[in-house]
Design a protein around this ligand. Sequence first.
Ligand code: PHE
Length: 323
Amino acid sequence: MECERIVIRRGPRSGLPIIVAIHSTALGPALGGCRIKEYQRWEDGLADAQRLAAAMTAKCAVAGLDHGGGKTVVVAGPGPAPGPRPDRTAALHDVGDLVEEFGGAYSTGPDVGTGPADMDVIAERTRHVFRGDSSPATATGVMAALRVLGGDSYAVIGLGHVGADVAGRLLAAGHRVLVTDVDERKRELFPAAAWVSPDAILDAEVDVLVPAALGGLLTPATVRRLRCRAIAGPANNQLDDPATADLLHERGIVWAPDHVVSAGGVLYATETDLHGASPTAATARVEKIGETLQAILDRAAGEGTTPLRAAEALAAARFTRPR
Ligand code: PHE
């Protein structure tokens, strides 16, 4: 087990399995969103929580935050996710109580399957929750990363809060944009974009692929099909395995590590909520994701290694250097 601490509990109100995984508090209190998602087995949710918590540790370390990584997973299935009320409220109160038990060693926030309204409900049970919408800031960070990579054409995979925001900004900037989502109804959101099926978009001839859906998109099988020259998006845990970063490298595709690209939400939330920064100052910090990514790509090129290894070296240095 890589995590410092894991708590698994059947929510006393909701009856749903709730998992909080704290990966590391070495740099400071852990933070990481609350995911409500269906899993075939609750153990799959546990595995996901651990991987996502580890990714948050890397995200915070590279972003220069004095925080560690954690994650909450509410296993909502199989079957329909908890409806608007009262089930959802019960699950969120269960989450709030559990987060409160960590006494500030872990703070949660929005993630896949949850949003600002849910954070308000969690806040009825704990102070240790980031309220407000982190999606625009995450999208700002993604745009900063995309500017570093350059390009005229983009394929956005997943039109959730962040993906849709990024697709909109790319279209507004006059780029050619392909979009897809597992939910066909999202098609109507972007009449100006070209809709491609979730599978076919992997073969799209575009400059940059933007993974903005669930993780695990990049596998040996999918990497073989890609015809983009770079990849950068907000989805967490895009690689099925770290070795897939080597396959991308061999194919000459620049992969911007997801934990570098997706740090806008946590950067903005910690700056405004914990350090009293103004929206302008917090956004400026988010924009720095571009500089961080550039430094990582330069280091990777200089050392003939992958951006993943370069990012890992950057993160590792934070754990050995005195704070
Ligand atoms: N979903 C965010 C992420 O993966 C988590 C988060 C957002 C945590 C905002 C705190 C505040 O980075």
